[in-house]
Design a protein around this ligand. Structure first.
Ligand code: HEM
Ligand code: HEM
Length: 141
């Protein structure tokens, strides 16, 4: 199972860089109506695949983590009262779920039109959500 945690961390590393690039790229295409869009579409497809893969691993990690908490005898109140535990068990998973949902919605918009400004803003918000509750220190440890 630590294997999954390792993969989750590697994908996180790749995703953060890819996300910065994709957000800039999507804004660039949204603002330059005459630019070709094929490359951008490929980037966003890779990003969405990685995000969804990350989602699967993340869900497995969450299940494992919640079981380990319950084995250790944590009550709901103790989980909520402990900042580090609350971060891993709740804040990180929920914020990442929101980020992944927003990115997927953006991707659906971009399939209709690659020059979609709304999609660019959704991706930006998703990226901010991600940055807000990703353990950056662990990625770059
Ligand atoms: C919990 C599991 C998953 C859920 C709930 C989920 C959900 C979704 C949704 C709602 C879409 C939007 C459909 C659309 O673009 O019209 C989508 C698209 C996509 N998903 Fe997932 N997904 C999951 C797992 C995965 C996995 C494991 C992969 C592969 C690595 C993946 C790759 C993709 C790709 C490539 C697209 C874009 C497809 C396209 O452009 O038409 N997803 N997914
Ligand atoms: C954008 C996507 C995501 C990124 C960039 C990301 C990044 C990370 C990173 C860097 C860690 C620390 C890894 C380590 O300690 O070595 C982590 C842990 C964790 N992630 Fe994610 N994550 C994402 C999505 C998710 C999702 C969608 C969920 C759950 C639904 C999730 C659940 C967890 C859990 C439960 C842990 C703690 C696991 C443990 O320590 O046992 N993550 N994540």
């Amino acid at each position: 199972m630590n294997f999954i945690l390792m993969i989750h961390r590697y994908i996180a590393f790749v995703l953060l860089f890819l996300m910065v690039f994709t957000v800039l790229y999507v804004f660039y295409i949204a603002l330059n109506r005459h630019q070709k869009t094929e490359k951008m579409r490929n980037f966003i497809l890779v990003m969405i695949s990685l995000l969804h893969l990350q989602l699967i691993f993340g869900l497995l990690l969450t299940i494992r983590y919640l079981f380990s908490l319950s084995d250790a005898g944590f009550s709901f109140k103790e989980v909520m009262g402990n900042a580090a535990v609350r971060y891993q068990a709740l804040e990180h998973p929920v914020m990442m779920l929101i980020a992944i949902a927003l990115s997927t919605i953006a991707h659906v918009y971009l399939k209709k039109s690659a020059h979609n400004k709304k999609a660019a803003f959704l991706l930006l918000i998703a990226f901010v959500c991600m940055l807000g509750r990703v353990p950056l220190a662990k990625i770059f440890a």
